[in-house]
Ligand binder design. Structure first.
Ligand SMILES: NC(=O)c1ccc[n+]([C@@H]2O[C@H](COP(=O)([O-])OP(=O)(O)OC[C@H]3O[C@@H](n4cnc5c(N)ncnc54)[C@H](O)[C@@H]3O)[C@@H](O)[C@H]2O)c1
Length: 258
């Protein structure tokens, strides 16, 4: 919107604060997505081919939890750097076209649209489970799934069984809406505290400096981000070390230590 000059007021991009996405997205979504899938289905994750689509902060939080629960995790990405990270984190990385044939559970965490679509449903195994924990209910192309199906029925809360023309069944969880909010309770307060602290402290920043800002997107000021990390550690009763003046000089300098 800023690029198109249609932003009506300055925006603080709270999601981009380190104390937001590194924690809420990674640890919060990672845990609550597994929680939502389990509450909806009661499947045994262990031994399943668990496909994580999107290896951003949510995706990596989810992947590590699925791996911890014994799944064989497959990651699908469009960003080469993130795909490479997933490889080196020990996951199988392949195109969704390939993963579609072998996945037991598919979870989209991309923020994108039509990520799992007709060509993927056509390849999926009988009994495949599909869920979304990214943004809106457009990550999974539900109209295509409907079009491929001869029958649809709700087999339990948050689980819809689609029977395809060839008899295969695909289970869609939570109507493709965020499964951690649909079937579970979202993230625990103990991680949302930092997200809300970013919002509250950004509002205070806007009250103080907002009039001087342009109609642009601004990051959360680093001092606020760092202060939230400090406060969070304090509430956890954890104290950390401080740089000495000598160390600060050494780290910032170039004359010594090369
Ligand atoms: N469920 C929740 O409670 C919750 C919480 C926080 C964020 N989110 C949402 O989850 C989404 C992901 O958040 P994030 O912080 O991980 O974002 P991110 O930008 O770090 O990661 C998204 C990843 O998806 C990849 N991607 C995009 N399109 C793709 C496609 N077609 N196929 C494969 N990969 C694709 C991108 O390359 C990127 O690496 C966002 O929409 C965010 O709003 C959900």
């Amino acid at each position: 919107m800023a690029k198109d000059k249609v932003l009506a007021y300055p925006i603080i991009a709270v999601n981009d604060a380190n104390t937001k996405h590194l924690f809420d997205n990674r640890y919060g979504t990672g845990q609550s997505t597994v929680d939502g899938i389990l509450r909806a289905t009661n499947i045994l994750i262990s031994g399943l081919n668990f496909v994580v689509v999107g290896y951003g902060w949510c995706g990596r939080g989810l992947a590590i939890r699925a791996k911890g629960a014994g799944a064989k995790v497959i990651v699908c990405e469009v960003d080469p750097l993130r795909a490479l990270e997933a490889v080196m984190d020990g996951y199988q990385v392949m195109s969704l076209k390939e993963a579609a044939k072998i996945g037991d559970v598919f979870v989209t965490v991309t923020g994108d649209k039509n990520v799992i679509t007709k060509s993927h449903f056509q390849k999926m195994k009988d009994g495949a489970i599909v869920a979304n924990s990214g943004h809106f209910n457009v990550e999974i192309d539900i109209p295509s799934l409907e079009a491929l199906s001869q029958k649809k029925r709700k087999i339990k809360e948050f689980v819809e069984e689609y029977t395809l023309d060839d008899g295969r069944k695909i289970f869609l969880l939570g109507e493709g809406r965020l499964i951690n909010l649909a079937a579970a309770e979202g993230h625990p307060a103990v991680v949302m505290d930092m997200s809300f602290a970013n919002q509250a402290m950004s509002v205070l920043f806007l009250l103080d400096k907002g009039k001087k800002l342009e109609k642009q997107v601004y990051p959360v000021p680093k001092e606020i981000d760092d202060e939230i990390a400090r406060m969070k550690l304090k509430t956890m009763g954890i104290s950390i070390d401080k740089l000495t003046a000598e160390q600060r000089k050494y780290l910032a300098g170039w004359e010594e230590g090369t």
